[in-house]
Design a protein around this ligand. Sequence first.
Ligand SMILES: Cc1cc2nc3c(=O)[nH]c(=O)nc-3n(C[C@H](O)[C@H](O)[C@H](O)COP(=O)(O)OP(=O)(O)OC[C@H]3O[C@@H](n4cnc5c(N)ncnc54)[C@H](O)[C@@H]3O)c2cc1C
Length: 819
Amino acid sequence: MSTQELPTRAKIVVIGGGVGGTSVAYHLAKFGEKDVILLERSELTSGSTFHSAGLVGQLRADPTLTKMNMYSVELYRELEKSETPASWRECGSIKIASSNERMAEIRRQIGWAKTFGLDLVEISNDQIKELFPLINLAGVVGGCYMASDGQVDPSSLTGALAAGARRGGVKIFTHTRVVAINTKDNQIKSVTTDKGEIECEIVVNCGGMFAAEIGRLVDVRIPIIPMSHQYLITENFIPDQVKFLPSLRDPDNLIYFRQEVKGLVMGGYERNSKPFTATANSFDQIPADFNSKLLPDEWERFEEIAANAAMRVPAMGEIGFKNFINGPEGFTPDNEFCLGETSVGGFYVAAGFCAHGIAGAGGIGKVVAEWIIAGEPTMDLWHMDIKRFSGAYKSPKFTLERVRENYEAYYDIHYPGEERSSARGENKSPIYDWHKENGAIFGEKAAWERVNYYLNPNEKGLDQSLRPNGWVGKHWHSAVALEHHATRNTAGLFDESSFAKIKISGARSAEFLNLICANNVVKGVGRTTYTQALNKKGGIESDYTITQVADNEFLIITGTAFLNHDKGWLEKQMRENNFDQVDIGDITKELACFGIWGPNARKILQKVTETDLSNEAFGFMNSKMIKIKDILLRATRITYVGELGWELYIPVKDGLNVWLALLAAGKDLGIRPAGYRAIESLRLEKGYRAWAGEINTETNPYEAGLGFAISSKKDNFIGKASLDAIKDKVSRKLTALTFTDIKDVAMGNEPIFIGNKVVGRVKSAGQGYSLNKAIAYAYLPIEHTSPGTSVEVEMFGIKKVATIMAEPLFDPAGERVKS
Ligand SMILES: Cc1cc2nc3c(=O)[nH]c(=O)nc-3n(C[C@H](O)[C@H](O)[C@H](O)COP(=O)(O)OP(=O)(O)OC[C@H]3O[C@@H](n4cnc5c(N)ncnc54)[C@H](O)[C@@H]3O)c2cc1C
């Protein structure tokens, strides 16, 4: 194919001929896009793909990724029957627990596998031995088995995808290097290769570990670091009478195995990770001729893994190996892929597969091709969306630290409430030092340090009896319950300075926002509106509060982690709907934000301002400029905890003064500084939705219980046509469940049963300290949502009874908020 002349025009150019690029091209062709070119600077598979170990596992911690990997298996089975088979072998897989905590995790996974109809079953040690006779069972607590997992030859798979793409009309050019990507008005125009220029509308960066370098051609930061990753292949030694082995993972010992001919492939995740080329000052300067190459063996880094392998499979200590592979692979800072459209219109990425790109390739190709064709994701891909990364990842040091931490913890159990230890302290609130001096325990979100809760070891009333059962309670702290109660009974003071703040201004800003938002957000200066921004399918792309601060100026407040995502969505809509005279600005770091909420919030705030805060003068969802200690700031009467109160937006330099003034004013009125864990508990009781929690691009406002935030008066906004079509056909509903034992805390993804039938899976969960109950939310078929219905939720292999409740669970009349 490379002997063909390079066209001068194509609609879509895919860069990279690994398993990622060929899968994207295959699916584009499958979905009818014929005008597609794939460019590979060397040979197909010559990046990371050729040296992959080829294990394909389906069940992942994220439901979307699980569905994608399940699709990969379906596709590989199909390809196996095609004229270019992928060498797919459905040999099954075993995961063993070498600790009790891991066994609990496995039981939890068996539960959530049921929600996908996956064939994951618990097996005994005898069954493990029967399926994998080479194993030494010392210290093995138990395990699970999935018959439909398998292994594939990465080069055959790439060849099969490339052949399928070609059959569908894709033109593939090897030995063709992209050297520049050209844009006009922040939109893709063409790519320049070493063989000529190709005009195009869309570029898909499938550059694997080279993706960051390709991103730099258009000044887009793609936080992918090439990391060295190793495995070995033994001599043939498995006796003929042994049935072909399933793959075996022993994450407590950091190792995996799969059969290769009559030998074993054995690899793992080293605790002493090593970037291939990145340093604290440079991202990833991969040599320009690094194709079809491996790195030198690094035995000393592999010793722990080799010793663990010899313990688990004693034959490993006796037989020789015929091949040692040290190959680089692109890893991201959170071990999830980088997918989707970047901040440059038409510039997509599908890279950073973190050593599960062979398992993921089928699903990745499908969702990225769908995304390109629809112009928006067709599934909830937030965890993989390139826009999840905050500006902090522009720093090589920050990215490198995070990538290393995540690589080394790849096989660890991730407990709820766990925090990262690397790359901390990047973004801080103006009162960070005050928090620190006052016992704050910080968490991190999008590189911001935020208070989880405050620790005062001498405090009385700390109640250990509420600690969630099992390892769910590992990072739990009883101080959260006290902060919760203070907010309900007197007043909580919260630092929410990390909230993303976007200023929309310009002559057409009102018109623009009313096209983007499902609610009417143009209600007059000083009015605040809660709204969703929808995609064309009516799915929820963003969840904002918007205040009209002037005739042609609006303040959007959205979650800390969603700045790039939400701003990117606004910019995309502005571009695609030809809006001029609209400016979109990030003012996150200009304003601190404090929430003061609780029955005493008005009394406290009134002590420090002359503005009348009475209900009559300052109603709910109104916003005004007020003065505290001569500091002019914005006060918005709103709540995310279900209590009377205000959010205050203050110039950063004045943050500490205002914070101290509020504390002093509230001293005799029971004010208590409180953190994000308390907010979570309070908002769950009130049923306030969280984007990426209960709502996302796959859920629509009607099923999410947000129909009240859709304007019935507007005749046009993005997603309206779809909403009108689905309004009377809603088949599932977000539903609140409570458990009588407050310690029965779900983590998400647990199956929900009525009788023996799985009717849904838990979406979000936590503890409600005012209700004294554990709470969970789930989308359930509408016929199963009647309050009072009893269901069972399987947690760690045990079914717990829960009751469906009417919403909101707390203060249903909303009297406290409007008091
Ligand atoms: C040791 C090891 C073991 C692994 N084991 C497994 C496993 O068991 N299971 C699993 O699922 N995954 C595994 N993986 C991961 C898997 O191999 C990768 O995720 C996958 O191959 C990455 O594919 P890719 O297409 O993104 O990248 P690549 O295969 O690296 O392809 C990117 C391509 O882009 C090309 N390119 C770069 N720049 C340009 C340019 N400017 N112009 C044109 N072309 C360009 C490169 O030449 C390259 O061919 C393993 C990886 C390693 C290293």
